[in-house]
Design a protein around this ligand. Structure first.
Ligand SMILES: NC(=O)c1ccc[n+]([C@@H]2O[C@H](COP(=O)([O-])OP(=O)(O)OC[C@H]3O[C@@H](n4cnc5c(N)ncnc54)[C@H](OP(=O)(O)O)[C@@H]3O)[C@@H](O)[C@H]2O)c1
Length: 254
């Protein structure tokens, strides 16, 4: 492990995008904490990665558990240098159909847990003089998709919170990167497709891979970028909300 090795903690590391991010950072010689609920998947991934991987089982739907893993992870691998808030759920269905429990869990996992974890870790990063927080939002936070009302709302909310945090920290050594993936080939994407059924428009959407997203995310972090939209073709959405965000970031008082 090189002298520039970092401790990268990734939520939702048991599959899909989070797993690819964990593999990419580990392959580059960094220490990784893998956080999710499915212990057996996390342990299999940690065994593959070898020394330098640490497992934390935590349910992000539980407010206390969503932050309780942090102390153990830092005791095992040192202070967290890069925090990747990636865990998420995506129920598909009409806006009025999600029940109370589903709604609670969705907002807990997609919106409240990332904010709570960042509130717990960013002050330490500021005190140490460095660190990066990455949040995996979605283009669903920029443009609304039918059958995903709660998901759209949670992703718009989480993106808004982290874009604001990034602005507030602009003159500090702590960076915030908000990631807006479009469709990416994962279990979540496959489940959404299966639920919606055959749909020519959905099938034609440019779709990316978790591995390519992980590589681009590492580059964005290394460069201190404020946001990443992937696949690149969806960068056009920048001209929707992200452009107005740029004006606010540039001209609003902090
Ligand atoms: N794939 C896409 O097209 C796409 C597009 C835009 C944004 N995103 C976002 O990308 C992120 C990763 O999604 P993915 O596509 O990689 O889906 P995925 O393969 O289903 O992975 C989701 C991850 O979140 C974890 N997770 C879910 N509920 C959790 C909970 N209660 N507590 C702890 N961890 C939990 C899962 O782990 P356990 O089940 O083991 O807990 C899993 O590791 C999500 O935030 C998603 O909204 C995905």
């Amino acid at each position: 492990m090189g002298s520039g090795a970092m401790h990268v903690a990734i939520t939702g590391a048991s599959s899909g995008i989070g797993e690819a991010i964990a593999r990419a950072y580990a392959a580059a010689g960094h220490r990784v904490t893998l956080v999710a609920r499915r212990r057996e998947l996390l342990e299999a991934l940690a065994a593959e990665i070898g020394p330098g991987a640490h497992v934390e089982v935590a349910d992000m739907a539980n407010p206390a558990a969503s932050v309780d893993w942090i102390g153990d992870a830092e005791a095992a691998l040192g202070p967290i240098d890069v925090l990747v808030l990636n865990a998420g759920v995506q129920p598909i269905g009409p806006a009025l159909d999600l029940d109370d429990a589903g709604e609670e869990a969705l907002f807990a996992v997609n919106l409240r847990a990332p904010i709570r974890i960042a509130r717990r870790i960013v002050p330490d990063m500021l005190a140490r003089g460095g660190g990066t927080v990455v949040v995996v939002a979605s283009i669903a936070g920029l443009v609304n998709t039918p059958q995903m009302a709660h998901y759209n709302a949670s992703k718009a909310g989480v993106a808004a919170w982290f874009e604001t945090l990034g602005d507030e920290l602009r003159d500090t050594p702590v960076k915030v990167c908000t990631v807006y993936p479009g469709p990416v080939e994962t279990a979540m994407e496959r489940a959404a497709h299966a639920k919606i059924g055959p749909n020519a428009a959905a099938d034609a959407l440019p779709t990316g891979t978790p591995e390519e997203l992980a590589e681009l995310l590492m580059k964005a972090v290394a460069k201190g970028r404020a946001r990443l939209i992937y696949p690149r073709v969806y960068g056009v959405l920048r001209f929707a909300r992200v452009t107005s965000q740029w004006f606010t970031s540039r001209f609003a008082p902090r």
